[in-house]
Design a protein around this ligand. Structure first.
Ligand code: ATP
Length: 720
């Protein structure tokens, strides 16, 4: 039965039009996962793809002869002429087809590369100091050497604009997934696994980063800022897995953790492992989720055994067993044998310092460190742990990748200084010099343009609850212009508020629609097992509405959710970008993001309104279609830097946990901020009972009580 029919309490509901159905993110696949493209590029890309198809017929025989793991084949071409373009000047801006570097049919000239990258809004920048960029040995021809030298001499006199231009790169983009094998020679099994996922068109972030990470030029350290749901996971996993396949081929005797992927939550880490397992099948590469009690580091016990991972998640009880083992017994636990370890920061830091010595154990074999949601990993909350992990990776050829949809310039500075300090501490240099590049897709720190944002003034907490109940009853919602159908997520500011809101709503779904089992709450106070079960049931469609905290704001991919409700406003613009990015994944249209705000929230709403405004501008369309009008933006107050900081750390003060329980009232007028921890249903029952008792005592009072009961029937969830 249909969600909407089940959830509505009205029999007069009109069936939804098929047009609006097909716009729901939960129905079907996105036609094209790319967010930015132009007709001109479409044409250019299909011409290029056409050329390649012809070429591939000619080279097919060659490629069939290429052994599976021939990574050093002479017909391999450099992917990104990073250093060639590093010294671009004003003249380069006007580059013509004549200047283009084109040595065979298959290559793209610089004009084409620029056209494609610009139309997909991909910007690649060399983040190193200019002197560093320019001392790199680069080209093979004399003329290029001369050009380079003259640029070096010019460097000190470059204006800021010229320096920016000099840092700008135009690497060759990936036009289709087949090129992964035909051009970048990734392992054939890995290429098959990618093909099996059924993706046809690479997303912008894949189009831009895969050539950089798989090309012949020395692998760079990479900062990537790309929209939510744009396929960053595949972008970092393919190169990591391919590098390990190569490594196994060239160093068959070296076993241990070669790659680390760090993510801020267990949910995200576990999702990355699931994605990874699809890609590693049959490649000989192992990917494992870090578990409590695992031994991972090199703490001097070189002769430690190696534990054979079975690639299955262990149950909670096994975790606890391992964790509770006395130190002596723990020393006998074999060191984990896995090529890729996916972990949250604290869990790995605990494992690395498990022997309680002053120094942490090291991870000497790790060559790739991926930080997913890097800005939060390097935020004060996780910073120390993340930097400890980074520094425990002691191989001089370590490459780092920092990935997120939002990244402040402070993170870029921290990355640069950490790369430098780590090498100084090591006292060793990498075997080949390499760049630190930044790739940005779209506008940095903006929300995806393919969702509808609704910023709703609800005045009070009661108003928010009323609005949310309307969303749960689509017939009532027709009075407003918001039509949000399950499955969707509801975000609150704190765990107690999530728990209370869940209790409030759990009987709002009629029994014939599955009742309270359709709505659940997920937060970090639940056990790992409970959290996994809820995630599984939400993915399976058994849970339709999930009330949660910012635990699920980042990274988690529920392919077909129709929307997100910010029941409590997010603590920062970045959190807004991530929360709403749980819908509209892989280019899907029709996702809705509803944000309620009350009068207490007014000081904090401007940054959210700005994000919505920019996202609507990115989307294009008529001025009148915009949900954020200029007068509103002008009217909303700006927040001071300190208040922003405070908001980021604590959220809206009036909504903090201690004032939220049933009994508490601080007497300062914050009573209205409470969400009762009893469900609306339970309170309606109680009210009914109270009314009945009164009725037996006093007929007159009973009449009045029955009036109240009917009030409570509709609004029983607000205040006791
Ligand atoms: N080329 C593609 N075509 C279609 N779908 C894709 C493609 N690449 C990835 N996807 C799908 O897009 C969804 C989002 O991918 P992913 O979780 O990697 O996004 P993300 O960029 O990491 O998002 P977030 O910033 O929220 O973490 C996934 O369901 C993934 O399977």
């Amino acid at each position: 039965m249909e969600f909407k029919l089940l959830l509505t309490r009205s029999t007069k509901l009109k069936p939804a039009s098929s047009a609006s159905d097909s716009r729901l993110p939960s129905t079907g696949k996105a036609a094209n996962p790319q967010l930015f493209r132009t007709a001109e590029t479409d044409k250019l890309e299909s011409t290029k793809n056409g050329k390649k198809r012809k070429r591939s017929a000619a080279v097919q025989q060659d490629e069939e002869d290429v052994p599976d793991l021939d990574f050093f084949s002479s017909n391999k071409r450099p992917a990104a002429s990073v250093t060639e373009t590093a010294v671009a000047t004003e003249d380069d801006e006007k580059v013509s087809a004549q200047d283009a570097v084109s040595d065979d049919d298959d290559s793209m000239d610089e004009v084409e590369r620029r056209t494609i990258l610009n139309s997909h809004k991909i910007k690649v920048t060399d983040m190193r100091d200019l002197e560093e960029i320019q001392v790199q040995p680069t080209s093979t021809t004399d003329s290029k050497k001369k050009k380079k030298k003259s640029k070096k001499e010019e460097a000190p006199t470059l204006s800021k604009k010229e320096q920016k231009r000099a840092r700008r790169l135009f690497p060759e983009p990936l036009l289709n997934f087949k090129e992964l094998r035909s051009k970048y020679k990734i392992s054939s099994r890995l290429a098959e696994n990618v093909a099996e996922q059924g993706f046809t068109v690479p997303t912008e972030v894949q189009l831009g980063t895969l050539p950089l990470l798989l090309g012949e030029s020395s692998e760079p350290d990479l900062l990537v800022v790309a929209p939510t749901g744009s396929g960053k996971t595949l972008s970092f996993l393919i190169p990591v897995i391919n590098k390990i396949v190569r490594h196994h081929h060239s160093n068959p005797d070296e076993h241990g953790i070669l790659s680390l992927v760090v993510a801020p939550t267990r949910e995200l880490a576990s999702q990355i492992v699931n994605e990874g397992r699809k890609l590693v099948a049959g490649t000989g590469v192992k990917i494992t989720l870090m578990r409590k009690g695992m031994r991972v580091g090199d703490d001097g016990d070189a002769g430690a055994n190696v534990l054979e991972e079975n690639n299955e998640e262990s149950s909670g009880s096994e975790d606890e067993e391992a964790e509770n083992k006395p130190a002596k017994e723990r020393a006998n636990i074999p060191v984990t044998k896995s090529d890729i370890l996916v972990t949250t920061p604290l869990m790995l830091v605990n494992a690395l310092s498990a022997n309680r010595t002053a120094t942490m154990a090291t991870l000497p074999l790790v060559r790739s460190l991926v930080m997913d949601e890097a800005d939060v990993l390097l935020d004060p909350l996780f910073r120390e742990q993340t930097l400890d992990i980074w520094k425990s990776c002691s191989h001089p050829d370590l490459r780092v990748g920092l990935w997120s949809a939002t990244m402040g310039s402070n993170i870029e500075d921290l990355t640069k200084s950490t790369i430098r300090e780590r090498l100084e501490d090591l006292g060793q240099k990498p075997s080949e010099p390499h760049a630190l590049l930044r790739l940005v897709v779209g506008l940095k720190d903006s929300a995806i343009p393919n969702i509808d944002h609704k910023l709703v003034y609800a005045a009070t907490e009661q108003g928010k609850l009323m609005g949310l109940r309307q969303l749960l009853r689509p017939a009532a919602a027709s009075a407003s212009d918001i039509r949000l159908r399950p499955p969707f997520l509801i975000f609150t500011q704190t765990i107690p508020r999530a728990v209370a809101l869940h209790s409030e709503l759990k009987y709002d779904i009629p029994a014939e629609a599955g009742g309270s089992s359709r709505i659940a709450v997920l937060h970090s106070d639940l056990s790992d097992g409970q959290r996994s079960d809820i995630m599984r049931d939400f993915r399976k469609g058994e849970i339709w509405i999930l009330v949660t905290t910012d635990l699920l704001a980042r990274g988690v991919d529920f392919r077909g959710i129709n929307g997100v409700v910010n029941y409590d406003i997010p603590n920062s613009a970045a959190v807004y970008v991530h929360r709403v990015g749980r819908t509209g994944r892989a280019g899907r249209e029709g996702g809705i993001a509803v944000t309620y705000y009350t009068k207490e929230d007014i000081p904090y709403v401007k940054s959210i309104a700005n994000i919505i405004d920019v996202s609507e501008k990115l989307r294009g369309g008529e001025e009148g279609d915009k949900s954020i009008q200029k007068w509103l933006l002008d009217a909303l107050p700006n927040l001071s830097k300190n208040s922003k900081k405070d908001m980021k750390r604590h959220g809206v003060k009036a909504r903090q946990a201690p004032r939220l329980t049933d009994k508490e009232d601080d007497g300062k007028g914050t009573r209205g901020m409470r969400i009762s921890t009893k469900s609306g249903f339970e309170r309606r029952m109680e009210n009914n009972k109270r009314g009945a008792i009164e009725a037996s005592r006093n007929r007159k009072a009973a009449a009045a009580a029955s009036g109240n009961v009917s009030d409570a029937g509709s609004w029983g969830g607000l205040d006791d």
